[in-house]
Design a protein around this ligand. Sequence first.
Ligand code: SF4
Length: 430
Amino acid sequence: MPTTSPDQAGTPSPAADAAPRRRRSWVGLIGLCCLGAVVHLSTRPPAPTPDALAPAVTLPTARGLFPAAARLGPAPPGQAVAVYDADGRRLGSILDTTPAAQKHPGYAGPVPAAVGLGTDQRIIGVRLLDHYESPSYVESITRSGWLDRWNGLTRAEAAATTVDAVSGATMTSRAIAGAVRQTLADLDPEAAPAACRVPRSLPTALAWLALALAVMRLASRDRRHWPRRLGPVANVVILGFLNGSCLSLALACGWLSHGLPWRHAPFLVALAAVALLGAVLTGRPVYCTCLCPYGSAQDLMARLWRGRQRPGLPSWLSSGLRAVRGGVLLGVVGMLLWPRPFDAAALEPFSAFQWRSATAAALVLALVFLALSLVFPRLWCRHLCPSGRLLEVFRARSAEAVARRGLDLERALLAAALAAALRLAWRLRG
Ligand code: SF4
């Protein structure tokens, strides 16, 4: 008769453990797909038509460009409104970049703008319209005076000009510039390039290199292999400081609402694909261990404490913090369904890498938990990070189980469902 030791009696078998994990993975995936569809459909703007564009440009917006504006009227084809003063004199007209902004999304979605044209058809100013972008990024753009760089240019000059992105708000400024150039190019097709291209830059090339390094690191079993040593530093310097490429709740919110920016942020999309598919296919926290700049920064801090004894967190505090992590994630999901936009970037420390546009809250959060990780390794990751919690949904089974049994039908189906969900989001967006 088989006997059972007390240890064995208290430990569920791997097979018994796998069933609830498998159920959880399916429920999590289906829940996320439903959430994505609901958020996308509830926040997706109606297809813009020339008539629907005019209300976006109101008299107060016009007064920001033409201080003497007293009345708005019909404009020439392709332009939103004409602007008149109190005596009925025409001061100029305003272009609305909303249709083009749908094709040039920023960090959290389209960033439409009103472009003021004087009677001589030169640009007199650019003002942002309603958007979902993180207020901190937008503030850093307006504070830098970047929007004034268009002033005085003719339509053809502005459409053809290359404007440097604002450091610390790169995606947002590229989105605005792309939409303005596209709108002007649509107006004068013979005078401007047909489409705006994302400029290739050294930081972006280095980011692809860091991604390749991470994949090599993942594949290597040798703990002293050079990608393992270089990886965390590359993540912090290249992905964090040079590119600001972190997966975050703010990014997830923007993509769920407005679709994936395949063409304009291909690296971020590839990073997300590696993170999700890596988790689904291997069952390992691929992004957290090999790519996340803030996770890597905490690892580098923890190395400074090596060899000394570390105090542990009391269990009540540890489980309490974990509950906060789930609570923050649920709170963000709730806020997503709320009609008013909110700044999800302020809930996480990732935007601190772009310190010039980061909020004070993100900077404080980043510095405090970086300092704490000296003594408590990855304190933020293990107890608080809501993005890490979201990624966990995709890796429901332990790495050991996957290594033992290989890629099974369930994992393949999960990957296929994920690909189908992304494809659906893309089609809905179009
Ligand atoms: S848990 Fe959060 S901070 Fe930590 S590595 Fe993962 S995503 Fe990055």
